[in-house]
Design a binder for this molecule. Structure first.
Ligand code: SAM
Ligand code: GPP
Ligand code: MG
Length: 297
C-alpha cells in the first residue's frame, strides 16, 4: 500500500464510500464520543417511557412524587421525576415553534437518540428530520421510530448540521436542543436560515456563558472539558442570529427553572460528577440556561 495515503483518504476509498466522513477531526471526536456514550443517567431515564433525551430538565420538583427516601421504590421514583423534568424541557422548546401543521417539516439539529423528535411528531403530527454525527444515535432513534410505527414521519441520519441535505426553505421550524456548543454559531445559523422558510421559527435551548461575568468561569471550562464542547456566550448567540436573518422573538433565562433538576440529580445514585460544575456556575452567575426563539425574516 502507498504509505503516503492518509487515513482520511482511506475512509473515502473503502466500503464507507457512500457515508460521508466527519467534516473535521473534531467532528470525528464528537461522533466517537456519542457512539460510545451509554450513561445510566440517560438510558435509565429513557427507559421510563421510551423517550431518550440528552438534555437537562426544567420545572419544580414534585416532592410528593418522590415519597420517603426509605421507600424501596425511592430510586425509581427519583429517576421518573428527573425524566419528567427533561421531557418538560422539550415541551417548552416545542411550544416556542409556533403554529406547525401536519404537512410541515421540522428539523432537529443534533438530535441525539431522538426523544424530542418523537415528542414533536406526537404534538404536531408533522414530519421530523434529525441529524446527528453519531451512527449509533441515528440507528437508535430510527429503531425507536420503527417500534412506535412512526418511521414514515420521524427520521434520523448521520449528517453534519452545518451542511444538511434539506432544501432551501423546506423547514417550517428547526431547533438545537443542547447541541449548538459543538459548532461555530455563524455557520450554524447560516444553515438554519437557509433551510427555514421565511416566517419559520428557530428555537434553541442552550447553556451559555454570561458576558456580565466577564469570561468563561472555571466551571464553564470544566463543562467544556467534560463534554469536549465549546460553550458560547449569550452575546455570540444574539450577534450570530442577527447576522443570519434570525430575529429573536423570545429570550428566556431558564437558569432558575433548571436548578431544581440539578439539585435533585445531585442526590441520585446516577450522578456523573458534572453536577457540581452546573450548580456552581448557575449560582455564581457565570453560566446561564437560556431559550432563544427567533423568526426567520
Ligand atoms: C447533548 S446531545 C443533544 C441531543 C438532543 N438534541 C437531545 O436533546 O436529546 C448533542 C448532540 O449534538 C450532536 N452534534 C454535535 N455536533 C454536531 C454536528 N456538527 N452535526 C450534527 N450533530 C452534531 C451530537 O451528535 C449529539 O447528538
Ligand atoms: C447545557 C450544556 C452546556 C450542555 C452540553 C451538551 C450536553 C452534553 C448535554 C447533555 O447531554 P447528556 O444528557 O448526555 O449529559 P448527561 O450524561 O450529563 O445527562
Ligand atoms: Mg442526560
Amino acid at each position: 500500500m502507498d504509505s503516503s495515503v492518509t487515513s482520511t483518504e482511506l475512509t473515502a476509498t473503502d466500503a464507507s464510500l457512500f457515508i460521508p466522513g466527519p467534516a473535521t477531526p473534531y467532528q470525528g471526536d464528537i461522533a466517537r464520543y456519542w457512539d460510545g456514550e451509554a450513561r445510566p443517567v440517560n438510558l435509565r431515564l429513557g427507559d421510563v417511557d421510551g423517550l431518550y433525551h440528552h438534555h437537562y430538565g426544567i420545572g419544580d420538583v414534585d416532592h410528593s412524587a418522590l415519597g420517603d427516601p426509605s421507600d424501596s421504590e425511592s430510586e425509581k421514583k427519583l429517576i421518573s421525576e428527573l425524566h419528567r423534568l427533561e421531557s418538560a424541557q422539550a415541551e417548552v422548546l416545542l411550544g416556542h415553534l409556533g403554529e406547525i401543521g401536519r404537512d410541515d417539516t421540522l428539523v432537529d439539529a443534533g438530535c441525539g437518540r431522538g426523544g424530542s423528535m418523537v415528542m414533536a411528531h406526537q404534538r404536531f403530527g408533522c414530519k421530523v428530520e434529525g441529524v446527528t454525527l453519531s451512527a449509533k444515535q441515528a440507528d437508535f432513534a430510527n429503531n425507536r421510530a420503527r417500534e412506535l410505527g412512526i418511521q414514515d414521519h420521524v427520521r434520523s441520519r448521520v449528517c453534519n448540521m452545518l451542511s444538511t441535505p434539506f432544501e432551501t426553505g423546506q423547514a417550517a421550524g428547526s431547533w438545537n436542543n443542547e447541541s449548538s456548543m459543538y459548532v461555530d454559531l455563524d455557520d450554524l445559523f447560516a444553515e438554519h436560515s437557509r433551510i427555514l422558510r421565511v416566517g419559520g421559527r428557530y428555537v434553541t435551548i442552550t447553556g451559555c456563558w454570561n458576558p456580565r461575568y466577564g469570561q468563561p468561569s472555571k466551571w464553564v471550562s470544566q463543562i467544556n472539558a467534560h463534554f469536549e464542547c465549546n460553550i458560547h456566550s449569550r452575546r455570540e448567540y444574539l450577534r450570530a442570529m442577527a447576522d443570519n436573518r434570525l430575529v429573536p422573538q423570545a429570550v428566556i433565562d431558564l437558569t432558575p427553572d433548571t436548578l431544581p433538576y440539578w439539585e435533585l440529580r445531585a442526590t441520585s445514585s446516577l450522578v456523573t460528577g458534572i453536577e457540581e460544575a452546573f450548580i456552581n456556575s448557575y449560582r455564581d452567575g457565570s453560566f446561564q440556561y437560556v431559550l432563544i426563539a427567533a423568526d426567520r425574516v
